[in-house]
Design a protein around this ligand. Structure first.
Ligand code: VNL
Length: 389
């Protein structure tokens, strides 16, 4: 045998010699469907960065199997979310579907999870009813009733009497409007007007003029992540802040991804939400640092934490099943799981498959020359109230 031939033979045989048993090597595939382009691309970027960070830190292999993330861009088009879910399940043979930046996208993909018995981890979308669309859906983000109901309670307990609500006119906005009103009025307050702005290209100026004329004690707002800046700017330029009308909102409005660029207009806004980059805990300090280091200094927002914890949920379930990717086995492992997240203690409600977590009351304040949602009060172990009736 010539040396060259010997080398060729060796090169052909070596990979087989190096192979561990085939089963142990087969990758677990997780398909992430997110809006990576279009008006909600910031949500896609944050969720992916959160999921990748957890994967990098803890989940590149699980129970001896490599874990693969496959990212697909639905550009926030519902028809694309369903088509991509179908493709990922049929062609890529993913074991878990995850992501889902907005409610219509999660609704659209839900039947694919049911038909293929594939776990579907909703890392962002937050309408209460999403988890009812498939028994294979588990949620790692939050729900709008979960954060809006505490805001109503807090507002009534803190002297606000007359409030106008302004929400984006689609499912999560209607959830926010209904649950704020319910707890605020139960506490003795009155919602004097309920306004709804379109999801596509919203112009808030006409709505805000009406709010100014109604002279309420406060305006309660929900707009989806990324949209808060224009609302905040117009709140100030329309003179509402000057007129003494308080701004209260769900934390979607003062999203950490854009908060610092809102400038002084955002200061003193009171919001309720499940995550702030300023949350004081060793877990969150480490999270914010690692997220920044991996993403050019960027600040993680509440969308990122849905990605991070969603990935953790998937990996912990795989550990519990010892790498078994059967959909029902993974679902069973996820139900009732609890852990300490950078946001605080969380658990998956085994009956609703929604996340139970602390909801914080925060005020926009300056810290080290930057605007943050600074937590000053807290509701513990809040389940989704949307499922209780
Ligand atoms: C949704 C809810 C989307 C809250 C959001 O940002 C948000 C949704 C994109 O369920 O569509 O902040």
């Amino acid at each position: 045998m010539t040396l060259r031939l010997a080398r060729t033979v060796l090169a052909a045989v070596l990979p087989f010699l190096a192979l561990p048993p085939a089963v142990a090597q087969e990758p677990v595939k997780v398909g992430l469907i997110l809006p990576m382009t279009g008006p909600f691309a910031s949500t896609g970027r944050q969720v992916e960065a959160g999921a990748r960070l957890y994967w990098n830190q803890h989940c590149q292999t699980v129970a001896g199997r490599p874990v693969e993330l496959i990212v697909r861009d639905d550009a926030a088009e519902a028809a694309s979310s369903r088509r991509l879910a179908q493709e990922l399940v049929v062609r890529e043979r993913v074991h878990v579907l995850a992501g889902f930046g907005l409610t219509p996208l999660a609704f659209s993909a839900a039947p694919v999870a049911t038909q293929s018995k594939t776990p579907m981890v909703v890392m962002a979308a937050a309408t209460s009813s999403i988890t009812e669309k498939s028994p294979y859906i588990v949620r790692s983000s939050f729900t709008l009733p979960q954060v809006a109901a505490p805001m109503g309670e807090w507002a009534a307990a803190n002297g606000l009497k007359r409030v106008v609500t302004l929400v984006t006119d689609y499912a999560p906005g209607l959830d926010a409007e209904a649950w704020f009103k319910k707890t605020f009025e139960a506490g003795g307050g009155a919602v004097v007007e309920s306004l709804r702005a379109p999801l596509q290209n919203p112009d808030f100026s006409a709505f805000l003029q009406r709010v100014r004329d109604a002279k309420p004690d406060a305006l309660f707002v929900f707009v989806p992540s990324g949209v808060g800046s224009s609302l905040m700017k117009q709140f100030e330029t329309r003179g509402l802040k000057e007129a003494g009308i308080k701004l209260i909102a769900t934390g979607d409005v003062t999203d950490d991804d854009i908060l610092n660029d809102m400038g002084p207009a955002a200061r003193d806004t009171i919001t309720t939400h499940h995550y702030s980059a300023a949350h004081e805990s060793p877990e969150n300090k480490a999270y914010v640092e690692a997220f920044g280091a991996a993403n050019g200094g960027a600040r993680p927002n509440f969308m990122s934490i849905g990605g991070y914890d969603g990935m953790r949920l998937i990996c912990a379930a795989l550990e519990q099943t010892k790498g078994n990717t059967d959909g029902d086995a993974l679902l069973a492992a996820m139900k009732g799981m609890q852990w300490e997240s950078p946001r605080g203690p969380v658990a998956i409600d085994p009956d609703t498959r929604d996340i139970v977590q602390s909801v914080y009351v925060r005020r926009v304040e300056e810290r080290d020359g930057q605007l943050y949602n600074v937590e000053f009060d807290r509701f513990d172990k809040v389940a989704d109230p949307g499922k209780a009736n």
